[in-house]
Ligand binder design. Structure first.
Ligand SMILES: C[S@@+](CC[C@H](N)C(=O)[O-])C[C@H]1O[C@@H](n2cnc3c(N)ncnc32)[C@H](O)[C@@H]1O
Length: 426
């Protein structure tokens, strides 16, 4: 559906409404989880990244057992809450294609509820807000040890490490790891979840092309919350025949089974004039530590995601795309301060709005709206995003595009949170 906002004020209101829906979903997701026990904060992998925004505000707090005056009932309540989160994560992992992590999360939930070996490791962090995704921090931390050769018994059952995918055997190895090397695991729990999902480029691609087609201008890419910056190289990936034939990333056909978007203009090295991103915690995909971080947060039995990540890291080695360490609001305000004539500026993001504090989010949206109001045909602006629909972190996501001048806003597609499928609507 296409909406034409009357002016920048309306555009801003529409933008804010969409963002605040996401934001409230994120917040209420975490809150309601603690009350209803729905575990809804462990959204798709969207949830997986919630932790990445966890800066100082969501950093570790003293565990429930260390609080003065806290009694057994309080510890039991904390364990029960965390167990619910792990159960919710098990459900999300199953829906999104990781039966291995689903099985491990379910067993971890039992161990936590019984205050067994997994509780012993995660309990110091049990006060983390739901959005900080302790579930995925724990799974990512132990996966990292397996990938790094520090947990060979676990690696023997993780397909990502060449293992057999046997969930029962992986569970035994996971328990053993937590009992034999608890410090190695707890040390890594401090790290927020950091996923850079290459499949999301497939959901965004037709939006980029729509901007290029309608403006006839080369694109100036500005990605906020870019993580490792892999999706700043989206034009170097291949999708259903579009893109460089020699690309190391083949996204297949994410639109199969539904209407196809117009993949035009055709691929050309001149399509993108410049690319730059920001993140509060950028990852360097060319460093071994950065690569290990990115790999550790992909679920071990999701081979397609690993293949895309591997390919995108290889692309990143030859296509430069700086990611500045900065908060999205400050960074974008600096980069949109003066319009760039002769280029179509595309501000974009995927699965990141929910991680912003309300003040950062409103500053970001206000910056986009006022840059939109100042946009001209010679220096147009587009805002492309893949975010949860109405803030529902556990559901599908939507791709939206707003373009200026004109403040035209439309939903382009509904998509799987990893871009595995994209249902084209525009
Ligand atoms: C869920 S990840 C998504 C990464 C990437 N957009 C993707 O889809 O693969 C969210 C990213 O937002 C970043 N982030 C969180 N708060 C931010 C902020 N205030 N400014 C910039 N980036 C932020 C996190 O560090 C993380 O890399």
């Amino acid at each position: 559906m296409t909406e034409r906002a009357a002016g920048s004020g309306s555009a801003s209101a529409s933008a804010s409404a969409s963002a605040s829906a996401s934001a409230s979903g994120s917040e209420s997701g975490s809150e309601s989880e603690s009350e209803s026990g729905s575990g809804s904060e462990s959204g798709p992998e969207s949830g997986s990244e919630s932790g990445s925004e966890s800066g100082p505000e969501s950093g570790p707090e003293s565990g429930p057992e260390s609080e003065s005056g806290s009694g057994l009932a309080e510890v039991e309540a904390a364990a029960a809450k965390l167990a619910r989160r792990f159960r919710g994560q098990a459900e999300a992992c199953l829906q999104l294609g990781s039966p291995l992590y689903s099985a491990l999360s379910l067993r971890a939930a039992e161990s936590i509820a019984d205050r067994g070996p997994i509780w012993d490791v995660v309990s110091p962090m049990a006060d983390l807000p739901g959005g900080a995704m302790l579930t995925l921090r724990f799974l990512g931390a132990t996966h990292r040890l397996a990938l790094a050769g520090q947990a060979p018994a676990l690696a023997a059952h993780y397909p990502s490490c060449g293992g057999d995918g046997d969930a029962a055997a992986a569970w035994a190895a996971l328990v053993d790891l937590c009992q034999s090397s608890p410090e190695a695991v707890t040390e890594l729990l401090d790290r927020g979840v950091q996923t850079n999902e290459v499949g999301r480029a497939a959901a965004l691609l037709p939006g980029f092309l729509a901007v290029a087609a309608s403006t006839g201008l080369p694109l100036r890419l500005l990605e906020v919350g870019a993580s490792g910056g892999l999706n700043l190289r989206w034009d170097h990936f291949r999708y259903a025949g579009w893109g460089p034939a020699s690309s190391q990333v083949d996204q297949g056909d994410p639109w199969s089974g539904g209407p196809r978007p117009e993949l035009s203009p055709a691929w050309s090295p001149q399509l993108v004039a410049s690319r730059r991103g920001c993140d509060v915690a950028p990852i360097d995909p060319s460093s071994s530590d950065g690569r290990l971080t990115l790999l550790s947060f992909v679920w071990p039995d999701m081979a397609r995601r690993f293949a895309l990540l591997d390919g995108a890291c290889a692309v990143a080695a030859s296509v430069g795309a700086p990611v500045d360490q900065a908060s999205a609001d400050d960074w974008l305000s600096a980069h949109l301060a003066s319009p760039e004539a002769g280029l179509a500026t595309v501000v974009y993001h995927s699965v990141m709005l929910q991680y912003l504090s309300p003040s950062v989010r409103s500053r970001l949206l206000a910056t986009i709206a006022s840059a939109g109001a100042a946009a001209t045909r010679a220096a147009p602006l587009a805002w492309l995003r893949l975010e949860p629909i109405g803030g529902d972190l556990a559901g599908d996501m939507e791709v939206r595009l707003t373009t200026w001048p004109g403040a035209e806003d439309r939903r382009l597609a509904i998509a799987h949170p990893h871009g595995t499928w994209v249902r084209w609507e525009a």
